[in-house]
Design a protein around this ligand. Sequence first.
Ligand code: N01
Length: 507
Amino acid sequence: MTAVDATSPVRPDVTLVDHLVVGAGFAGLCAAIKLQEDGERDFVVIEKGDDVGGTWRDNTYPGAACDVPSQLYSFSFAPNPDWTSSFSPQPEIQAYLRRVARDSGTLDRFRFGTRVEDATWDDEAARWTVRTSAGTWSARTLVVGAGGLSEPKLPDVEGIADFGGHLFHSARWDHDVDLTGKRVAVIGTGASAIQIVPEVQRVAGRLDVYQRTAPWVIPRNDRSYSALERAALRRVPGLQKAYRTAIYWGRETYVPAFTLEPGIALPARKLAEANIARGISDPDLRAKVTPHFALGCKRVLISNAYYPALAADNVDLVTDRIARVTPTSVVTADGTDREVDVIIVATGFHTTELPITEHLVGRRGRTLADRWRDSGMAAYKGTTVPEFPNLFMLVGPNTGLGHSSMVFMIESQVQYLREALRTMRVNRYAAVEPREDVSARWNDRLQQRMKRTVWHRGGCSSWYLDEHGRNTTLWPRTTFGFRAALRAFDTAAYAVRGEPAPPIPST
Ligand code: N01
């Protein structure tokens, strides 16, 4: 890192770096480790929180666990033989990420407690000027790994701001609030809520679960790994990789169920219906929790504990619309007023209008949010965006998955970043920017394919779709297809700008 001297064309209070990475979750950490591995010495990672981990640092709610098998939900280059169960709880994943960060030797690159204020492309200098809460940086490359599920979304309910008890979002759990014996409301029945509900049901005096749309929930085939298995994973060469590979290919066989012929999802639907029947005996409650859309249209949830919790004596599943919140209660459209001490909002995240895009200003002087305002989120290969040279978005548009591990997608994108940087280095390019026509073609094809998927045809509305009904969040093909598309940097898809030729030495 070079502090700029007074004669530099850049302001003296600006720190020059080659690369600036935003975010220290799985994505930012992966980028940092691979940049270092490639011999890049001049980069920083800025992170608004006080630790690595991203979503796994933020989501500390009771019951938080991964719903993708742990062996797959970890870096391919940092296998962990010590997972205690097939679906690891949040503290284990967080500890894993801390360990990987520490062992990689990249931690001195991280600037915690640092928030991006804005990042502006300077076309003349071919650099990003990144203003943060802890100073300004000038970077050739900007890598954004800020997460697609990081900004909590609160429900727009009348009176909610004036609630007099405790109210918090699932991703901002208030551990100072003891729920024992309390009257608690959980709003939402998504992936977070179904993990929270069984935990709260165990301790609360009364629990009201506010369901707007019933989700499909299949059994969770979780089990603990024995000490013997863990020892084998550690010691038998290739065993962990084989295990991981088997899980990976097992998951890829789900792709047709989501993307081609929703009818293939029938066996999973039978599993989900059996899960309801096993967990709930009351026919009225069974009817209330049975979804009215094709399985897979929204994220398929996994739990053995959710339905039994809903059936418990201290729980009410409320399906009437929430009309308003008073200082002491939640009132539904039918006029019922339920007094509560605590409201937990498990209402998800801002997914299709990512807040960071309001702060990225491209070559034409407009923000990425403005560019996407009408067209919706769209990037070339989910990673680069016309008008925004040298910007690489990790977990960008259409890179999410309904069936497998995001870590695989992140590693694919970081591979693309490395190839791009290598190409720039070798060819002495100052800037690369994807061509509008190529990017449009990529996204048109993606959206054509989307129309055949269960996400569009399954009869539900979900956070996968934006306000125009376009699916701008998920990847509609196999993950190996994504990896293949990002294996090499395709210079022809880019407008490139060369560096000025070095001065000819005088003799
Ligand atoms: O959020 P969600 P989440 N009034 O948006 C309801 C990942 N994740 O935090 O379905 C009443 O899925 C909303 O209702 P509806 C995973 O990718 C992973 O649960 O829109 N209800 C829904 O029920 C997941 O998909 C893990 O009708 C309102 C819920 O709130 C993503 O994070 C664990 C409402 C929101 O569900 C988000 O999951 C947890 C309102 N005004 C999460 N507004 C793993 O295990 C919204 N809702 C890896």
